[in-house]
Design a protein around this ligand. Structure first.
Ligand code: P6P
Length: 352
C-alpha cells in the first residue's frame, strides 16, 4: 500500500477517487482520460438500472431488427447502444467509436469537439441470456488515436489497432450485483455498485488470477468442431491431471463477461476455440476489438495468459472492426498446458 495515497488505505474508495489517484500517478496526465471514464461510468449506472428492472418494464424481447452479425437485436441491446452513444458522444474526449452493434465506425457528431481517444465497446454482451436473468454486461476498450485528419474525425485505422496499444479496458457486469472491473495497465481493480448511494465502491483491489485452477469453461456442444489439440487437451482435463491429482469441473454461462469474471477470480481456463470442421476456412465467434482484446488486457494485468492458441491475443492484427479470433485465457498453468497440446498436435509438430 506504500505507493498509494492514504485514502486508499481506508478502503472506502469510489471509482472516481481511484481514477483521480491513478491520474496522479501518470506524469503529464491532462484529466481527459479520467473524464472519459467518468462518462463511461454514468452510462454503466443507467444501463444497470434498466437491466435490473427489465423483467418489469416491457423492454425484454426482440426489436425485430438484426445486427451486423445477423443476430436478433434485443430491446435492451438497442437501449444499451443508445445509452453508450449518448453518454460518450459529446464529452470531447473521443475522435471515433466502434460498437458491436454498428457495422461501420461511429463518428463523433460534427457539433461536438473531437478528442485524443478511441472507444470500442460491446454495449450488452451475452444479450442472448437477457430473458433468462443470466449475468450480462458491457465491455470496453480505450486507445489513443493514431490518425491525423483535417476535421479531427477518427478513422478505421484508429479502431483497428493491436491490443497491446490499449490504454484501458474493462467491463461492467450486471449480475447479482453490478460490478465494474477495469485496468489502465496498473493492475486490475473491481468496484461494486452500491445502488443506495449510486457509487461504485472499491471491492476487489488488485485482482490476481490464481496460478492454476480447478475449472474449465467451454461450450461442450461444439466438441465435434474442435482441432485435435483442443480435443486432446479437453480429454486430459477430464482425467486426473498428474500435476494436480484431481479432475476439473465445467462451468459455462455462455456470457463472456460472466465466464471471464469467474476465471479472473477463481482461476482455471476459458476457451472459445475456432470451428475447424472446414480446415481451409476455420471459423471463430468472438470479436477481437471489443471482446478478446479487452479481456486479454485484463487477464494479462491480473497475471494470466490470453492466446489464440498459437499467438498472444494482444499482438493479433485485425483485418477489420469485427475481426473474429479464437480466445483461450486464464491461469498460466492451464493455458500453457493448452498451448503445449496445440503445438504437439499441430500438423507441423515434429514427433519427440
Ligand atoms: P455460444 C454471447 O452471445 C457471446 O458473444 C459471448 O458473450 C459468449 O462467450 C459467447 O457468445 C457464447 O457463445 O456459442 O457458446 O452460445
Amino acid at each position: 500500500m506504500e505507493n498509494f495515497p492514504p485514502s486508499r488505505q481506508s478502503k472506502l474508495v469510489t471509482v472516481q477517487r481511484h481514477l483521480m489517484e491513478e491520474q496522479s500517478l501518470h506524469q503529464g496526465a491532462t484529466g481527459q482520460f479520467t473524464s472519459l471514464m467518468w462518462d463511461l461510468i454514468l452510462a454503466f449506472k443507467i444501463i444497470s438500472r434498466e437491466v435490473n428492472k427489465a423483467g418489469l418494464v416491457e423492454i425484454l424481447g426482440l426489436t425485430g431488427e438484426e445486427n451486423v452479425h445477423g443476430e436478433q437485436v434485443k430491446k435492451l441491446d438497442a437501449y444499451a447502444q443508445d445509452r453508450m452513444f449518448k453518454a460518450m458522444d459529446h464529452g470531447g474526449h473521443l475522435c471515433v467509436m466502434g460498437s458491436e452493434e454498428e457495422e461501420e465506425i461511429i463518428p463523433i457528431p460534427p457539433e461536438f469537439p473531437k478528442g485524443a481517444y478511441v472507444l470500442l465497446y460491446d454495449p450488452l454482451d451475452g444479450s442472448s441470456n437477457i430473458d433468462f436473468n443470466i449475468s450480462i454486461g458491457t465491455i470496453f476498450s480505450v486507445y489513443k488515436r493514431v490518425s491525423i485528419t483535417p476535421t479531427g474525425d477518427g478513422t478505421l485505422e484508429d479502431c483497428t489497432q493491436i491490443g497491446l496499444h490499449q490504454v484501458a479496458a474493462g467491463y461492467c457486469i450486471y449480475g447479482s450485483s453490478t460490478m465494474l472491473v477495469y485496468t489502465t495497465g496498473r493492475g486490475v481493480h473491481g468496484f461494486t455498485l452500491d445502488p443506495s448511494v449510486g457509487e461504485f465502491l472499491l471491492s476487489h483491489e488488485n485482482i490476481r488470477i490464481p496460478s492454476a485452477g480447478k475449472v474449465y469453461s467451454i461450450n461442450e456442444g461444439n466438441a465435434l468442431s474442435w482441432a485435435p489439440g483442443t480435443k486432446a487437451f479437453m480429454h486430459h482435463l477430464k482425467e486426473t491431471d498428474a500435476a494436480t491429482r484431481r479432475p476439473y469441473s465445467l462451468r459455462y454461462v455462455g456470457s463472456l463477461i460472466a465466464d471471464v469474471h469467474r476465471t479472473l477470480l477463481q482461476g482455471g481456463i476459458f476457451l472459445y476455440p475456432e470451428d475447424t470442421r472446414d480446415p481451409d476456412h476455420p471459423r471463430s465467434k468472438l470479436r477481437l476489438m471489443y471482446e478478446a482484446n479487452p479481456m486479454a488486457f485484463l487477464t494479462e494485468q491480473a497475471g494470466g495468459i490470453a492466446t489464440t492458441g498459437t499467438q498472444r491475443i494482444l499482438q493479433v492484427k485485425p483485418d477489420g472492426l469485427h475481426y473474429k479470433v479464437p480466445l483461450v485465457l486464464g491461469s498460466p498453468y492451464e493455458v500453457q498446458l493448452y498451448q503445449k497440446f496445440i503445438k504437439d498436435h499441430s500438423p507441423v509438430a515434429t514427433p519427440h
